[in-house]
Design a protein around this ligand. Structure first.
Ligand code: GRF
Length: 208
């Protein structure tokens, strides 16, 4: 059994998708947040999952907060730490501590549109597709080895919210799959690439 700790900041729909996937050999050990009001915490607690929050505003530095988070996370002896809408920039110390066992979902087709407001920026740039990326986390923001990507069309008349909703349905498919692939030992990091036997089969599509 692999222990998984999920970090959220808000709604937690990706966390819910991972929990609901009932991934073989995976145990959701805890859901942690920097925001005690995060709706996803209540959802997880109702299902008997351990939940905790630490308010980042109570710390005078990013590093002090990250160290407090690391203490909490490590108490659950995680094999994998999942950032599922965790809206904090993490320190290099945090990223190094969990190197190779820390994954994130980002709502763009990386390396395009790192950072915030990805869908607005895709619209402004005139993109015809948008998407999401699941990747291992390194100290450089939104730049770690890519595990999987999903793509959706941008339609005439779309707002950023329309795109976000369309991308979210793909996020909910890809993220549990990435966690399952990690737990099953199917992911191998080679430099900046992730090899996954599922992607070496002929005809594997990038489109989710
Ligand atoms: C998702 O769109 C994710 O890509 C981004 O934040 C959002 C989180 O949504 N990082 P939820 O909390 O999982 O519903």
């Amino acid at each position: 059994m692999k222990n998984i700790v999920i970090l959220i900041s808000g709604r937690g729909s990706n966390m819910q998708a991972i929990v609901n996937a009932n991934i073989p050999n995976a145990r959701i050990a805890a859901v942690l947040s920097n925001n005690e009001q995060a709706a996803g915490l209540a959802w997880a607690a109702e299902r008997g999952i351990a939940t905790e929050s630490i308010n980042h505003k109570a710390f005078d530095s990013r590093l002090a907060f990250d160290r407090a988070m690391m203490d909490k996370i490590d108490a659950y002896q995680p094999d994998l730490v999942v950032l599922a809408g965790f809206m904090r920039i993490l320190t290099p110390e945090f990223c190094t501590h969990y190197e190779g066992r820390l994954i994130n979902i980002h709502p763009s087709i990386l390396p395009s549109f790192t950072g915030l407001h990805t869908h607005e920026r895709a619209l402004e740039a005139g993109c015809r597709v948008a998407g999401c990326t699941i990747h291992f986390v390194t100290a450089e923001l939104d730049c770690g080895p890519i595990i999987s990507q999903g793509i959706v069309p941008i339609l005439d008349g779309d707002s950023a919210d329309d795109i976000a909703a369309r991308v979210l349905t793909v996020e909910h498919q890809l993220f549990p799959q990435a966690v399952e692939d990690f737990v099953a030992g199917r992911l191998q990091i080679h430099g900046n690439r992730v090899l996954n036997e599922a992607f070496s089969a002929e005809g594997q599509s990038l489109l989710a």
